[in-house]
Design a binder for this molecule. Structure first.
Ligand code: FES
Length: 176
């Protein structure tokens, strides 16, 4: 699991708690753990897109499970972040069909343009580049995920436009 010394302001608001309880209600009362994935999504969305140890401990408390059960899930799936990440996370698919269609060159291009390495946010915290496993959109290779949305058939020109749109605040990250 990635570790960070950064502290996080934990704020489980009434609205967030209502949403969590609604998610928990979808499962039998002795299977609260089944709500873990959607609950982590909600909690992460409400906390600048990352989960500190303290926040995961709070989720464990709410779901009445062991903290290690939360850590295991959060560290397994790439959509959960255990450290602060760039606001605009370019998650390039690095599985074979995307690789065969040049995704690695596009990742290098993006990193050079942003002046970062993979896995390092820009100093202003705006951008980050990450490689992930197949996102199930192989027919649209090379592709990446940005927020909740897929960006497909990527080219250097499309990357330029996406970066410009992010800087101009024209990119919507979440579908709700
Ligand atoms: S290989 Fe890239 S989406 Fe499947």
């Amino acid at each position: 699991m990635e570790h960070t010394n950064q502290t996080q302001n934990i704020n489980i608001t009434d609205a967030l708690m209502t949403r969590i309880n609604e998610l928990i209600s979808h499962y039998p009362s002795d299977k609260r753990k089944s709500a873990l994935l959607p609950v982590l999504h909600e909690v992460q969305d409400a906390h600048d897109n990352w989960l500190s140890i303290e926040l995961m401990d709070r989720v464990a408390e709410i779901l009445q499970i062991k903290p290690i059960e939360v850590y295991e899930v959060a560290s397994f799936y790439s959509m959960y972040n255990q450290r602060p990440i760039g606001k605009y996370m370019f998650e390039f698919c690095q599985t074979s069909p995307c690789c065969l269609n040049g995704v690695e060159n596009l990742m290098d291009y993006t990193c050079n343009k942003l002046g970062v390495k993979v896995g390092e946010p820009t100093p202003d915290g705006m951008f980050e580049v990450r490689g992930v496993e197949c996102l199930g959109a192989c027919g649209y290779a090379p592709m990446m995920q940005l927020g909740d949305f897929y960006q497909e058939h990527l080219t250097e020109e499309k990357i330029d436009q996406l970066i410009a749109d992010c800087k101009d605040n024209k990119i919507i990250l979440h579908d709700k």
